[in-house]
Ligand binder design. Structure first.
Ligand code: M6R
Length: 605
C-alpha cells in the first residue's frame, strides 16, 4: 500500500509529482504530500484525503523546484491526518516510504532517549531521523548505515538539502521502479506514472540503492558497490491507465473484459492446444503431483476456489484453494510433489508473496499467475504466466479476475493433458469453447440495462446473500465481495446448502438472496435451497444460463447469461455480478473506484 514518486530534471517537479500521485492513488488515499527542493530548502505541502485535496492546497501555497518526492498514503501506523502524512523530515532529509518498519518502536525509543523528538505516530519518521544521525556529509553513507537498522519492508524516496543535483531511492520488499528519461529521471511504485514520460525503466531489486541526477542513474548493491543494471522497455499500454469516456475505471474495465480475456487466452493457446512455452516442469513432474494448492487473497482466492473444482474433476489431482494469509501460517504439508499456484493481479500482495516464498523454500514447485510483469511474485516463482488484462485501476478487480480464471483453467487443462487425466478431445473442445468466451461476455454486457434496473430496485437494501454450490459457491463469494466492497451493503456468499445450518435465521421478509446456478447438475439441489429461503420470505434473484431458464419459472427474477460448458461457465456468470455491484454503488452515489479504507495493492500483512 502507499504509492511513492520522485522526479529530477529540467521541469518543475510539483506538477509531475501530483500527476504521478493521481496515477498511484489506487494504492491508498488517506493523505498525500510532496517535498521539493528549491535553493537547498525543503518545501513541503501535505493534505488529508485524496490527492485532489493536496492539489487544492497547492493552488493556494504554490511551491516549485526540482528534485521532488511525493506520497499517497494508506494508513498503517497512526491516523489518517496531515501530521502523519508523508514526507517525513529531519534537518537535512525528507523521506517518502511505502512499506512497514517493523522495529520502529525500538528505534524510536532509543532515539528518544538521545533527545530526538518525533511529530507523527508513523513508523516512517524514524527513517529521516536515522539518516540525520548517520549523516556526515555523505548521503550514501547515511543511507547505508540507516537501512542496516531497518527491519520490515520499504521503498524509499529521499531528498537531502545539501544536494540539489540528486535524489536517492532504495528498496526491500516493496516495489520501486526508476523511469529513465531524457535529461530527467523518475521513480515510482509502479510503471503507470512513468508512462507519461518514458518507456525505459530500471527495476530495482531488494537491497539496491540508487543515486539519481537529471542525466545519470547510479545503482549500488547491498554492499554499496556500483553495479550495472539493464534498462528494460515497459510493455504496458498507456491507454489502460486512462478512463476514456467512462465515468469510472471499474465500468471501463468491465467493458474491456472481452478484449483482455481474448488476449490472455491467445497467449496460452494455439490451434486448439494449450501452450506454455519454457515450462520448467516435465510431464513426469505433473504426473507425480500429490496435491495442488491455489493461493491468493480476496478475489484471487475466489479464482482459486472456482478452479479447484476443475483441477479435481479434470486434472484428477487433489486441489485446495487457500487464503494466502492463512496458508503461510498453516504448517501445510508441502514437498517437492506439491504444486503451489499463486494468483495475484498486482504481483505484490504481501501475504501471497510470503506464501510463495515459504512454499518455494519447502521444495514445492511454484507457478504464478500475475498481471504485472517484473512484479515480485512474477520474479520469485519458478514459472510465471502473465495475464494480459492491462493496468487495472479500480480497487474492485474485474478484468484481472476474469483473465486469471481463464488462464488458470488453461493451466488446469495443460496439467490434465500432461497427466493423461483428460482426453485430447475434451481438452480440444474446452480450448475451442474458451475462444468463444469473449463473444459470450460481450453478449452479457448487452444486458446492462436490465442490471441497471435491478440495481435501482436494490439500492436501499441493508443485507443480502449470494448462494451457490461447487463452482457457484466460488462465484457467490466473488459476487458478495464485489458488492460489499463498493456499495458497503452487508453481504455474504455461502454454499447454498449451508444457510440452514444457522444463517437462515437472518432471513426475513424481503431479504435479498441471489441464487447462482451454472449448470444442470447443480440445478435441482440449489433450486431446493432457494425454495427454502423463499418460504421464509426472501426475495430470490437467480442467475443462470439461458438453457436452464425454463426450469426456473417459479422465481420472480431470473437473469440469464449465454451457455457454455460447465468447465468455463463461471467466467460468464461473474459478469452480471460485477455489473450489478457497479450499478448498486452508482445508485448509492459512492466513490466506486476508491472505496473507503481500501487500497488496490495490499503490500502489508
Ligand atoms: O493484487 P492481488 O490480486 O494479489 O490482490 C488481492 C486482493 O487484494 C484483491 O483481489 C481484492 O480482494 C480486490 N479488492 C477485490 O476486488
Amino acid at each position: 500500500m502507499c504509492g511513492i514518486i520522485g522526479y529530477i530534471g529540467k521541469s518543475d517537479a510539483t506538477g509531475i509529482l501530483i500527476k504521478g500521485l493521481k496515477d498511484l492513488e489506487y494504492r491508498g488515499y488517506d493523505s498525500g504530500g510532496i517535498a521539493v527542493l528549491n535553493k537547498n530548502r525543503l518545501n513541503i505541502v501535505k493534505a488529508k484525503g485524496e490527492i485532489r485535496y493536496l492539489e487544492e492546497k497547492l493552488g493556494k501555497n504554490s511551491i516549485s523546484g526540482s528534485p521532488g518526492i511525493g506520497h499517497t498514503r494508506w494508513a498503517t501506523h497512526g491516523k489518517a491526518n496531515e501530521i502523519n502524512a508523508h514526507p517525513h523530515c529531519s534537518k537535512h532529509f525528507a523521506v517518502v516510504h511505502n512499506g512497514i518498519i517493523e522495529n520502529y518502536k525500538e528505534i524510536k525509543e532509543s532515539l528518544s532517549m538521545n533527545g530526538i523528538t518525533f511529530e507523527s505516530e508513523t513508523d516512517t519518521e524514524v527513517i529521516p531521523k536515522l539518516l540525520e544521525l548517520n549523516y556526515n556529509g555523505d548521503v550514501l553513507h547515511a543511507i547505508k548505515k540507516t537501512v542496516k537498522l531497518l527491519e520490515g519492508s520499504y521503498a524509499l524516496g529521499i531528498l537531502c538539502t545539501d544536494n540539489e543535483q540528486s535524489f536517492y531511492c532504495t528498496k526491500k520488499g516493496s516495489p520501486l521502479i526508476i523511469g529513465v528519461g531524457e535529461d530527467e529521471n523518475f521513480i515510482a511504485s509502479d510503471v503507470n506514472p512513468l508512462l507519461h514520460y518514458t518507456r525505459k525503466a530500471i527495476y530495482l531489486e531488494d537491497g539496491e540503492t540508487a543515486e539519481i541526477t537529471a542525466d545519470k542513474i547510479t545503482v549500488f548493491n547491498s554492499s554499496f558497490s556500483k553495479i550495472e543494471k539493464e534498462i528494460k522497455t515497459i510493455q504496458l499500454d498507456k491507454s489502460s491507465a486512462d478512463k476514456g469516456s467512462f465515468e469510472h475505471f471499474m465500468l471501463k474495465e468491465i467493458y474491456e473484459e472481452p478484449a483482455v480475456v481474448k488476449n490472455s487466452l491467445n497467449a496460452v493457446t494455439d490451434d486448439g492446444e494449450v501452450v506454455f512455452s519454457d515450462m520448467p516442469f516435465s510431464a513426469d513432474d505433473f504426473r507425480q503431483l500429490n496435491r495442488v494448492y491455489i493461493v491468493g487473497c480476496g478475489s484471487a482466492y475466489h479464482v482459486g476456489l472456482i478452479a479447484k473444482y476443475n483441477f479435481e474433476k479434470v486434472a484428477k489431482v487433489p486441489a485446495f484453494a487457500e487464503y494466502a494469509g492463512e496458508f503461510r501460517y498453516a504448517d501445510a504439508v508441502i514437498d517437492e510433489n506439491c504444486l503451489v499456484i499463486i494468483i495475484s493481479q498486482s504481483g505484490e500482495t504481501a501475504d501471497s508473496l510470503a506464501a510463495l516464498k515459504q512454499a518455494k523454500e519447502m521444495g514445492a514447485k511454484t507457478i504464478s499467475i500475475v498481471n504485472v510483469p517484473e512484479s515480485s511474485i512474477a520474479k520469485m516463482s519458478h514459472y510465471n504466466i502473465l495475464t494480459l488484462a492491462g493496468a487495472e485501476v479500480a480497487v474492485a478487480t474485474t478484468k484481472a479476475f476474469s483473465c486469471q480464471l481463464c488462464v488458470l483453467n488453461m493451466l488446469c487443462l495443460y496439467i490434465a493433458r500432461q497427466r493423461n487425466a483428460c482426453t485430447e478431445v475434451f481438452s480440444e473442445i474446452a480450448v475451442n469453447m474458451s475462444c468463444l468466451l469473449p463473444k459470450k461476455i460481450e453478449k452479457m454486457l448487452l444486458k446492462t440495462e436490465e442490471l441497471k434496473r435491478l440495481a435501482k430496485e436494490m439500492k436501499d437494501i441493508e443485507k443480502c446473500f449470494f448462494l451457490g454450490r461447487n463452482v457457484d459457491f466460488g462465484v457467490s463469494l466473488e459476487g458478495a465481495l464485489k458488492l460489499k466492497e463498493i456499495s458497503y451493503i452487508d453481504c455474504a456468499g455461502y454454499p447454498a446448502s449451508e444457510l440452514k445450518h444457522g444463517t437462515i435465521s437472518l432471513i426475513e421478509k424481503g431479504t435479498v438472496c441471489f441464487g447462482l446456478i451454472s449448470n444442470n447438475e447443480l440445478l435441482p439441489k440449489t433450486v431446493s435451497n432457494l425454495t427454502e429461503v423463499t418460504a421464509r420470505g426472501a426475495k430470490v434473484i437467480v442467475f443462470a444460463p439461458e438453457s436452464l431458464a425454463e426450469n426456473l419459472a417459479q422465481f420472480e427474477t431470473v437473469i440469464t447469461f449465454p451457455d457454455s460448458i460447465p468447465f468455463l461457465t463461471p467466467s460468464i456468470e461473474v459478469i452480471p455480478l460485477q455489473l450489478l455491484a457497479y450499478y448498486v454503488a452508482y445508485e448509492r452515489n459512492l466513490p466506486i473506484d476508491k472505496p473507503r479504507n481500501l487500497a488496490k495493492s495490499v503490500t502489508v500483512e
